[in-house]
Ligand binder design. Structure first.
Ligand SMILES: *Cc1c(COP(=O)(O)O)cnc(C)c1O
Length: 345
């Protein structure tokens, strides 16, 4: 089989949730949007529920249905995008809790699903999603009369601890909510690390669970192993791959492995990365193609059946740096073609 194998360590995932839960002075939820940051929301949510998570967050109602099917009726599943036209049946059937973002969404919700749980999302300065302070002024009385179960906001700069925006948003959130009797949530992974005054009643980590920055002490959750399909020897001066971008400066041994940019291994990262045999780095040479990557394995005495792209030597953050992006984008770009293997020990 030449399909590459993405290993997902559910025990490391659970350990990351537990560590973030211990850091917090409150309840810890889990964000499993975008199919559990690309790792499989059903498996990820099930493992986190086993670890103790009772509240889950997704971006859109359809994702919530998948999480509900995996978890059964008890855990709360919140939907960041709120109650959109066309969501009503999904919200009702799957028992999802929309986080209301606008006046229109509140009216839609109260009309379409009277008595059905909802929460509120406030915009405290990010200007992306949620009720602005002036909307909140107008709606508060009506919204509070229907017993929202949670009020949240989101920090724009939490991964930069000294950024003045953090304190500004904290003050705004407190201004808008200090007199409420409703559970409050402000922080994702970055906000948890800012300290207890950012925690309120519930934190919402995502990336930290999956081993990404800014939670630098996370256990690595994913590893990626690419089968070697062919090995060849090239002479000094011979080129490898599209565009002849690399030529051998010495007689070299080249391994061709099975995966490429169609699997989320972004073409731009090629010149900056290696594949690993244990701790030995074998540089990628030539262009990353759609389904294949060529690697200089001259230094290996024996070429193994597979080489490793993601491991303790070369992490998600290292791939992100090589591609000029962030770990979130690397994770959520991991392609559908991998053979996903879930390990729980
Ligand atoms: C994605 C998201 C989170 C989780 O953020 P991380 O940085 O991955 O921990 C929490 N809250 C909201 C509103 C989000 O969009």
């Amino acid at each position: 089989m030449s399909t590459a194998t993405l290993r997902i360590d559910l025990q490391a995932l659970a350990a990351n949730w537990q560590a973030l839960d211990t850091l917090g002075s409150c309840e810890t939820a889990a964000v499993v949007k975008a199919d559990g940051y690309g790792l499989g929301s059903a498996q990820v949510a099930t493992a986190l529920a086993k670890a103790g998570a009772r509240k889950f967050f997704v971006a859109v109602a359809e994702e919530g249905v998948a999480v509900r099917n995996a978890l059964g009726p008890d855990p709360k599943v919140f939907v960041f995008s709120g109650h959109m036209a066309g969501d009503t049946d999904l919200l009702q059937q799957a028992g999802l809790t929309p986080l209301i973002n606008s006046t229109q969404q509140l009216q839609r919700h109260l009309q379409a699903l009277p008595g059905h749980d909802f929460g509120l999302q406030l915009d405290t300065g990010m200007n992306r999603l949620g009720l602005e302070p002036s909307d909140w002024q107008d709606l508060r009385q009506q919204a509070l009369a229907h017993d929202p179960v949670l009020v949240i906001s989101h920090l724009a700069c939490a991964d930069t601890p000294n950024h003045a925006m953090n304190a500004t948003q904290l003050a705004c959130f407190r201004d808008m909510t200090d007199d409420l009797q409703i559970p409050r949530s402000l922080s994702a992974t970055g906000g948890i690390l800012l300290g207890p005054e950012y925690h309120f009643d519930l934190t919402r980590p995502g990336i930290g669970l999956y081993g990404g920055a800014p939670y630098s002490v996370a256990h690595p959750v994913v590893s990626l192993s690419l089968p070697v399909i062919q090995i060849r020897d090239v002479m000094e001066g011979e080129s490898v791959g599209y565009g002849n971008t690399w030529s051998a400066k010495r007689p070299s041994r080249i391994a061709t492995v099975s995966a490429g940019y169609a699997d989320g291994l972004i073409r731009a990262m090629g010149p900056h990365l290696s594949l690993f045999d244990g701790a030995t780095a074998c540089p990628i040479v030539g262009r990353i193609s759609m389904d294949l990557i060529t690697v200089d394995v001259t230094e290996l005495t024996q070429v193994p059946d597979a080489l490793s792209m993601l491991n303790t030597h070369q992490t998600i953050e290292r791939l992100a740096e090589a591609a000029g992006t962030i770990g979130y984008e690397i994770l959520t770009s991991l392609g559908a073609r991998y053979n996903r293997v879930y390990m729980s020990s």
